[in-house]
Ligand binder design. Structure first.
Ligand code: GRF
Length: 227
């Protein structure tokens, strides 16, 4: 197992129950050669259930609420500084219900990941499951993607479909999508941490494990093609 210091430092931002955070923590706890390590969990909500999960796992937590009328730039700068204090190298948005600015993203180029409950580019936004049901689609799913300056838009790392059943409501459908997310997100975070993703325009290609040098300042985690 790699020593603690050699693992890639992951910061997770949440707003809700944190079931995806739990999946990530479980994977990192059980996979002996896991490359990523969650070192801090941040939230805009003091009552986010996932904070308790993090504390129970002995992981430091940060709560930065944002009330209407607050200075958004100052809030975001504090959040960014919080993550930097923990030397975070990869940021995972696991049900974080805030949009982050370009300035924030510049702090972690191509190293901010989001999980979204639809097959993007279908059903962007905060009500993806409800919107899929309203549209009557027969197939929806989960997407893990790199975050860019547009909402639910960056290069897609992985997707998996989930069938919509005639008797589904938002809760039942979202539960099955979450189950898929719990497999997909940890796998994608691990691939990113291991330096196995190569971005070619809008596409993300998976590199063979033996073709990848260990991530270091000279070997960034993301390989970006100029073509
Ligand atoms: C997930 O469905 C994710 O796709 C969306 O928010 C939900 C978070 O769920 N962005 P949880 O807090 O991880 O349970």
């Amino acid at each position: 197992m790699p020593s603690r210091s050699s693992r890639v430092r992951v910061g997770v931002l949440i707003s809700g129950s944190g079931s995806n955070l739990r999946a990530l923590l479980d994977q990192q706890a059980t996979q002996a050669d896991a490359v990523g390590e969650v070192v801090v969990v941040g939230s805009d909500r003091a009552d986010a259930g996932g904070l308790e999960r993090a504390r129970a796992a002995g992981i430091p937590t940060i709560v930065r609420p944002l009330a209407p009328g607050d200075d958004r730039d100052a809030w975001e700068a504090r959040l960014r500084a919080d993550l930097a204090t923990h030397d975070v190298e990869v940021v995972v948005l696991a049900g974080f219900m805030r949009i982050l600015s370009e300035a924030f993203l510049h702090g972690w180029p191509d190293a901010v990941v989001n999980v979204h409950p639809s097959l993007l580019p279908a059903f962007r936004g905060a009500h993806a499951v409800r919107d899929a049901l309203a549209e009557g689609v027969k197939l929806t799913g989960a997407t893990v993607h790199l975050v860019d300056e547009q909402v639910d838009h960056g290069p897609i790392i992985a997707q998996q479909a989930v069938a919509v059943l005639p008797e589904d409501d938002e809760a039942t459908l979202h539960a099955r999508i979450r189950a898929v997310e719990h497999e997909l997100l940890p796998r994608c975070v691990e691939l990113l941490c291991a330096g196995r993703l190569r971005i070619e325009g809008r596409s993300v290609r998976l590199l063979d494990a033996d073709a990848v040098a260990s991530p270091s300042p000279d070997h960034p985690r993301i390989d970006r093609s100029e073509s």
